[in-house]
Each structure stands twice: as structure tokens, then as C-alpha cells.
Ligand binder design. Structure first.
Ligand code: PEP
Ligand code: MG
Length: 574
């Protein structure tokens, strides 16, 4: 039966494909559909992995300490029993055979179903046996992943649409390897980091759908309209055809935009506008090049720290920063220091704060953990020898935070001098303006820093007291709120008067419906996910700065949201 769900549009475009229901665990294994001829081979690979784990467990029993507690032997026996159980093994084989899933995917899917059944068991002892099933599955997965099969992806010529209750930014990051067509979630909001990663992947996504995970079944046909925030489940032939046409039209438009890649980003009156890219990983550089970005305006380095045990070493960080600096070949690369906390957490770090977005996040964390910060600063400094690297510091609000940051930077420089390692002595240091206090008391920023970058995602969150990850208040998250507009305009103008470059690197910079508004405020540097650069460039090419300045000045005096939206409509009209 066909039905439609409405949520928040977070990443534009249309995806048509089959539903794949996931939880966090399933994202860590590869997903692919096997051509029929490989099914037998895949079952044999699965059987071999099970046999290997049984042999491992036998080895544990045989080589065990004779004085080992009876519980340990009982526990290994139980795992052996599970490995022989047709419920676990037989059904997984069936999934491989019938659905043609790869072995890892089949096993995880089945484990999830079993886990749900265990959760419903009344008897506490039996209910807790779920942990044993998970452990056995993990052992088999480890062996399978050590002996991967051949992944012939998308053999049905269709895309997979991931359907989840919630996804963390770390989960979404893994989509970069999985090559999925789109995703939908029950929770989430438009400027959560999960949504930002989706946009950087240029895959259509709708979040805040409330009950999608419960209503959709595995393999259901889905249409994700990431522009309108609509999800259509099991569409009829007419709707499917209409969306296929719409999808082709969109792809054609995108292809046409590619022609703008090499054109100079300048307004009709000849003002040059810098359009740079936001990246999360070095792997994003292909997209950056395809979009013809003028540089990297925001490298969110914290993504190097997610999905792993332990921190990346100085060498590992240096290699990543250096590769980006070199790839940009003299164009600016703005590396942001670690912005961990709030919705981005290190593995194994249990967060206990009631309000993590207001807690020890970003520079607050770095100043509390100076060794981690110094390691990163040294890596960034060393990369500055290989390109035009700048350092950007997030979440600053206090003068003493700026002073401490600069003192630690001086210390990191001293350490490198001691080691004889080269770096750019004059590396520029910028501050993110993403807390209203910073925007209102810019004096110390202007006096001590070399540039500013407005993080509108957080500036909106903190100005309007709206958790940017909470779909329950997502309707109140408003980039056009007069208070937000005035803080942005004030920062741009104050920077201009002080002779300090000001960029916007939040999601507003990548929204083509806001390009003219920001140009009219005097903004000349925009940083956004590379997938948006050409659309924003198209707007720039059709804009006249002098005319926009007058119109936007009127908008900044408007408190009435309805009038403001009408004014924006006129601004974008021609
Ligand atoms: C912002 O807050 O606007 C920003 C660019 O940083 P992030 O989205 O990573 O918090
Ligand atoms: Mg931010």
C-alpha cells in the first residue's frame, strides 16, 4: 500500500530505490546484493567463517588453564551451541540464498531480528543471553571481514535507501564508503552534523520523519524527495514515472551547472567573490576539485577522530592536513581545530552533561586537554610548510580563550623549532563567530586574530536557544530571524571596518536562496559543502552588489517575519 511521510528536507535531490533498515551496528559491515552465480560461493565463505570460529573456540577449550573457572568453559560451550544452532546459522544462510545479501549483511540483519526477540523475553537470565548471540556474531563477522568476498554492488541496478531511527555523524560518515542512494531517519534536524555530512555526500536525505523506521519494511520501494522533505513508500507506477522524470531533469540541471566550474566567481558589477569548500575528510577532495573551489574554507578535522579507538597521532594528522594543503596547490586551506562534543563524540567517551551543546565542546575541550590540542597544533603547523594553511578556532567567546589558544600555538611553534621542523611562522589564526557573545563583543577578536569565520549553524542554535539536532524544535530554527541577520551583518561590517576578512562557513553560505542576502550584507567569502558551490556561483553571477546593499539594508530594519520573507522573495526575483 502506498503512503507518504513528511519530514525535513536536508539534502537536495531525488533518490529512488529499495529500503534497507539499519541500526548503528549494521553500518559497520559492507552491504551488497550478490549476482545469483555468486550465492553458493558466499554461503561457502560464511560456512568457512563459522568453522574457523568453532575451531578457535575448540582451541580455547583445549589450551585452557585447567584451573579456569567453570563459568568460562560453560560460556565457550554456549557459544559453540549457538554456532551450531539452525536459528542463527541456518537462517543466515537462507538470507544469503533468498535475498542474495553478502554474508556480513545477512548475519547482522538476522542478529538484529534475534536481538529484538530476546528483548521481549520475560525471563531475565534468558533475556541476557542476547549478549552471547551478539558476541558470537561479532566473532564470525571478524573472520568474514578478514576474508572479504567480492562485492559486486548495485547488481539490481537500483539504489539502496538507508532507513534508520537515528544516525550519528559518525554513522553517516561511513556512507562515504557504502555508496548508498539516499537516507531517511525518524530523528534529526537540518543543520545537525548528520545532515551536514549527508549534504557533503550529495545524497538526497529526509530527516525528522518520526515513525519511518517502524512503518517501512526491508526492501520496500521508496522515493526520497530531499528537496521537498517527502518520502513516498511503495509508490504506484504513475508516481514512480513522474519522479523518474523529475530525477532526470535534476541531473540534467546539475550537468549544466558543471559548465560554470571554470568561470570567474564575480558579480555583475565585477566584485570578486571567494567560494571555498567545507570538507570533513581528505576523501572529499575529489568533490572539491570537481566544483572548482577557490580553497578550503573549513576543514572539520574532528571527523578524523571519529569511528576509531584512540586519537590520531601527530604524524597521521600531519599526513592528512599536508595532503589537503598540497592538493590545493597554493590556494588557502583553513583547518579548524578539533570541535568535539555536542553531537560529535569520541568513541568510548561517555557524555554525562545534561546539555552537551552548552558543555565542554570545541575549544573548551581543547583547552582542558592541552596535550591533545598541542598535538593537533603541531600537525597543522607542520602542514603549513606545504601550502597556504590557516588555523581556525571554533566556539570562542572569551578573551582568555583567545589568549590561551595563542599561547598554546606559541608553545607548539617552540616545540617544532626545538625539533628543527619547518612551519609557516606567520600562519594566520582565525576565530569562528558562532556564539552571540562573540558577535556582540568583537573587539578582542578583531585585535588579536587575523580573520573571522561565521558559523551560522551554531550562531542560530545559540541565538535562538534551539538545539540544532532536535527535530521537535526544528521549526523554530530560523536563519531569517531578525536577531540572527543582525548579528551576521554586524560581524561582516565590523570586520570590514577593522580590515579583517570575514567568511561565512555555516550552512547559510551554501543555500542559494540566501546568497544575495549575504552579498547585500557585504559578505565576499562563502564556504560551503562542495556540492553547492556551482549553484551558489550561478547566483553570484546574476547579482549586483550595489543594488543588493540598498535592499538588504531595508531588510535588516524589518522585524516582521512575513515582510522579511516577502523582501527576500523580491531580492531573489530576478
Ligand atoms: C557552524 O556552526 O556554522 C559551523 C560551520 O560549524 P559546525 O557546523 O561544524 O558546528
Ligand atoms: Mg559550529
Amino acid at each position: 500500500m502506498s503512503f507518504t511521510l513528511h519530514g525535513l528536507a536536508v539534502s537536495h535531490g531525488i533518490a529512488i530505490g529499495h529500503a534497507h533498515l539499519v541500526s548503528h551496528a549494521t553500518l559497520e559491515v559492507e552491504h551488497y546484493v550478490l549476482p545469483g552465480r555468486f550465492v553458493g560461493e558466499e554461503i561457502a565463505r560464511f560456512d568457512a567463517a563459522v568453522a574457523e570460529v568453532r575451531a578457535e573456540l575448540d582451541g580455547l577449550l583445549a589450551g585452557g588453564d585447567p584451573g579456569a573457572p567453570a563459568e568460562l568453559t560453560a560460556f565457550i560451550d554456549l557459544h559453540q551451541m549457538l554456532l551450531a544452532d539452525p536459528m542463527l546459522i541456518g537462517t543466515t544462510r537462507e538470507l544469503i540464498r533468498e535475498r542474495r545479501c553478502n554474508a556480513e549483511w545477512a548475519l547482522v540483519q538476522h542478529m538484529e531480528r534475534l536481538a529484538e526477540q530476546f528483548d521481549q523475553i520475560e525471563d531475565e537470565y534468558l533475556r541476557e543471553r542476547k549478549a552471547d548471540v551478539v558476541q558470537v556474531v561479532e566473532r564470525v563477522l571478524k573472520v568474514l571481514m578478514g576474508h572479504p568476498g567480492h562485492p559486486p554492488r548495485h547488481t539490481r541496478g537500483e539504489q539502496l535507501i538507508v532507513v534508520a531511527h537515528d544516525l550519528s555523524p559518525a554513522d553517516t560518515l561511513q556512507f562515504k564508503q557504502l555508496k548508498i542512494g539516499g537516507f531517511v531517519t525518524d530523528l534529526g534536524a537540518a543543520t545537525s552534523h548528520t545532515a551536514i555530512v549527508a549534504r557533503s555526500l550529495a545524497i538526497p536525505a529526509v530527516v525528522g520523519l518520526h515513525h519511518a523506521r517502524d512503518l517501512i519494511r526491508e526492501d520496500d520501494m521508496l522515493i526520497v524527495d530531499g528537496t521537498r522533505g517527502v518520502l513516498i513508500v511503495d509508490p504506484d507506477a504513475r508516481v514512480l514515472e513522474e519522479y523518474r522524470l523529475r530525477k532526470s531533469a535534476l541531473e540534467l540541471e546539475r550537468a549544466k551547472l558543471k559548465r560554470l566550474k571554470k568561470s570567474r566567481a564575480a558579480t555583475l558589477d565585477g566584485t570578486d567573490i571567494e567560494l571555498t569548500a567545507n570538507i570533513e575528510l581528505t576523501a572529499d577532495m575529489d568533490q572539491v576539485k570537481a566544483a572548482g573551489a577557490a580553497g578550503i574554507g573549513l576543514f572539520r578535522t574532528e571527523f578524523l577522530f571519529l569511528n576509531r579507538d584512540g586519537m590520531p597521532s601527530e604524524e597521521e594528522q600531519f599526513a592528512a592536513y599536508r595532503s589537503v594543503a598540497e592538493a590545493m596547490d597554493g590556494r588557502p586551506v583553513t583547518i579548524r581545530s578539533l570541535d568535539i562534543g555536542a553531537d560529535k563524540n569520541l568513541r568510548g567517551v561517555e557524555r554525562t552533561e545534561a546539555n552537551p551543546a552548552l558543555g565542554q565542546r570545541a575549544i573548551r575541550y581543547c583547552l582542558a586537554e592541552p596535550q591533545i590540542f598541542l598535538t593537533q597544533l603541531r600537525a597543522i603547523l607542520r602542514a603549513s610548510h606545504h601550502g597556504r594553511v590557516k588555523l581556525l578556532v571554533p566556539m570562542l567567546a572569551h578573551a582568555h580563550e583567545i589568549e590561551q589558544t595563542l599561547a598554546l600555538l606559541a608553545q607548539a611553534k617552540e616545540q617544532l623549532r626545538g625539533r628543527g621542523q619547518p612551519f609557516d611562522e606567520g600562519i594566520e589564526v582565525g576565530g569562528m563567530i558562532e556564539i552571540p557573545a562573540a558577535a556582540l563583543a568583537l573587539g578582542v577578536f578583531l585585535a588579536k586574530l587575523d580573520f573571522l569565520s561565521i558559523g551560522t549553524n551554531d550562531l542560530i542554535q545559540y541565538t535562538l536557544a534551539i538545539d540544532r539536532t532536535d527535530e521537535a524544535v526544528a521549526h523554530l530554527y530560523d536563519p531569517l530571524h531578525p536577531a540572527v541577520l543582525r548579528l551576521i551583518a554586524h560581524t561582516i561590517q565590523a570586520g570590514k571596518r577593522a580590515g579583517l576578512p570575514v567568511a561565512v562557513c555555516g550552512e547559510m553560505a551554501g543555500d542559494p536562496t540566501l546568497t544575495r542576502l549575504l552579498l547585500g550584507m557585504g559578505l565576499r567569502q562563502f564556504s560551503m559543502h562542495p556540492a553547492q558551490i556551482l549553484e551558489v556561483k550561478q547566483q553570484v553571477l546574476q547579482s549586483d552588489c550595489a543594488r543588493l546593499r540598498r535592499q538588504v539594508a531595508r531588510m535588516l530594519n524589518t522585524d516582521d517575519p512575513v515582510r522579511l520573507r516577502a523582501q527576500l522573495g523580491r531580492l531573489n526575483a530576478n
